[in-house]
Ligand binder design. Sequence first.
Ligand SMILES: [Zn+2]
Ligand SMILES: [Zn+2]
Length: 390
Amino acid sequence: MSEDFYDVLGVSRDASEDEIKDAYRKKATEYHPDVSDDPDAEEKFKKIKKAKEVLTDEEQRQAYDRLGHERFEQADKRGGFDGGAGNGRRGAGGPFGGMGGMGGGGSDFEDFINQFFGGGGGRGRSQSNRPQQGQDLQTRLTVDLEDAYEGISKELTYTRPEHCSDCDGSGHPPDADVRTCPACNGQGQQTTVQQTALGRVQQTQTCRRCGGEGELYDEECSTCNGDGIVRAEKTVSVDIPAGIRDGQKVRYDGGGAPGANGGPPGDLIIEIRIRDHEQFERDGDNLYLQHAISFPQAVFGATVEVPTLDGTEDLSVPSGTQSGETFTVDGAGMPRTRRRGHGDLHVQVQVVTPDDLNAEQREALEAFAEAGGEEVEVNEGFFEKLRNTF
Ligand SMILES: [Zn+2]
Ligand SMILES: [Zn+2]
């Protein structure tokens, strides 16, 4: 598709406004992302819409014809031919022409506008109709420690405001009759003059009647009740990086509220919560685990298999290990997010006291005690007591 707005709509350079609107309706139906199979439909639809906006706005069209596509686009990017209704439209010759500047901030773009439109219109309004990014939305997502270990892509369903697709966010059916807002005479803004001790003070504010659009429609979109916005359930796939910590946030670009005047949507900010794990405790990149070993393993030393978040690791326990001693398995902790590698796994061993000895084991243990010079009088509570000390 050519970039030129006339080509985009397939109309001649001297096409009337009605011809342009007709062409837009046909193209829009063809390329509406909801109905078109064309993979580039959304992009094309945006171009069609933009072309229609510019070419049905007398002042914008004049500027477009005069500047050519490229220079117009540059100027547009700098600040705001975009935003459709009200921006310079009908304004320059109206009773408020030339007064809008009171509210304006004096940007390059406004100077630019004034250069081409003789100082009328644009100012002030170009502020409110400038493309604005939508708001960020916040939500939470809870994952398992295993997910945080591996990194995971998780589906998340949430509700967000979206442009109403039935009216393409305009709030009215595309064929609704339109008239100039009588309250602001199509300016989109109203100027009030107050007499104060210091003299006359002019104030310019967005027209309440038309919400700054400068025009009123005889019909509202029934889907969104004229808001142009509907609440829609949205499912997105969120990439959670390996090693993420509880409370960290992930940004999903473009998942927020829609922008105004063609501005980009905000983002979705997802706070990640991590469920407590049955076995592992986490501190930063390190993991902590309690692991049982037998009395002979503690006495003689052994290689024991300990669980990790993605399998098992061998841990060498030296002879003479005391219950409660901690050993480290290097690199078996959480992945580090800012540098390579993993944290460590710290294993605290618990020596398990046997409580169901058979006769042979009992005899051997008594012999063990006596060999150490201990008087052994075995009673029922002995093992029970021993166990309770751990
Ligand atoms: Zn609607
Ligand atoms: Zn108005």
